[in-house]
Design a protein around this ligand. Structure first.
Ligand SMILES: NC(=O)C1=CN([C@@H]2O[C@H](COP(=O)(O)OP(=O)(O)OC[C@H]3O[C@@H](n4cnc5c(N)ncnc54)[C@H](O)[C@@H]3O)[C@@H](O)[C@H]2O)C=CC1
Ligand SMILES: Cc1cc2nc3c(=O)[nH]c(=O)nc-3n(C[C@H](O)[C@H](O)[C@H](O)COP(=O)(O)O)c2cc1C
Length: 176
């Protein structure tokens, strides 16, 4: 039997936007509510485009569409909190991912503050309170490079994954 070691690749002149989104929908990711407060006002939005960059200094990145209504608040304030959602937060994620007025988004949950003054979701799986240290534009989005200055964890919560355009609970292994 002959086994080809070459993967099957569909040749295309260019990757269409819709094909790209359909492909990206197959990458499962954590869901986060990114918040800010300061001179630019209080704001928050749902984001799956969040990634760890380096632990020295502790740095993550957040991709934010420049056409989002929250964009100017984040670039003016230069601080943000990444609140990673737990399995109970599906409706909160939809609220912060839609066209809902800002006050209505924040009224739906309880918030605290850590070092930067950005709203910290009290029952988030984990919260990273950050200073925005660099902003780089790529295509439609700004990549916000963020240095964590305070952390808060809820070690008993289960996780939430966004995969195939739906939310899925991710259960923590419990001792038995
Ligand atoms: N990175 C982003 O800006 C993301 C934006 N969204 C927005 O949330 C809404 C619902 O999304 P879905 O139900 O997942 O269906 P969808 O078909 O719009 O997106 C499928 C996947 O493509 C990627 N994606 C979507 N819009 C993108 C954008 N403007 N820039 C870069 N990547 C993008 C994401 O990985 C997303 O999970 C849409 O309006 C979408 O634009 C969702 C996920 C990520
Ligand atoms: C599951 C999910 C993930 C999302 N991820 C991102 C993201 O990573 N970056 C982004 O700019 N927008 C993302 N969005 C879209 C924003 O949440 C949405 O555009 C934001 O609420 C701004 O909307 P507004 O202009 O009505 O305020 C996502 C939406 C959903 C539902």
């Amino acid at each position: 039997m002959t086994v080809s070691d070459k993967p099957v690749v569909e040749k295309q002149a260019a990757v269409e936007k819709q094909n790209y989104r359909d492909a990206m929908a197959r990458l499962g990711s954590a869901v986060n509510i990114i918040t800010t407060d300061g001179p630019g006002g209080r704001a928050g939005f749902t984001a799956s485009a969040v990634c760890s960059v380096t632990d020295s200094p502790p740095t993550l990145l957040v991709c934010l569409n420049r056409s989002a209504s929250v964009h100017s608040a984040f670039t003016q304030n230069q601080v943000l909190c990444v609140n990673t959602l737990a399995d109970c937060h599906e409706s909160l994620s939809n609220l912060f991912g839609g066209k809902t007025p800002m006050q209505q988004r924040f009224e739906a949950a309880e918030w605290a503050r850590l070092a930067t003054g950005s709203p910290v979701l009290t029952n988030a799986l984990v919260s990273f309170d950050c200073n925005v240290t660099q902003i780089t534009s790529v295509g439609t989005h700004d990549i916000l490079i963020c240095e964590a200055v305070a952390l808060r964890r809820n070690d008993d919560s289960h996780g939430l994954v966004y995969f195939d355009r739906r939310y899925h609970p991710l259960m923590r292994q419990t001792a038995c």
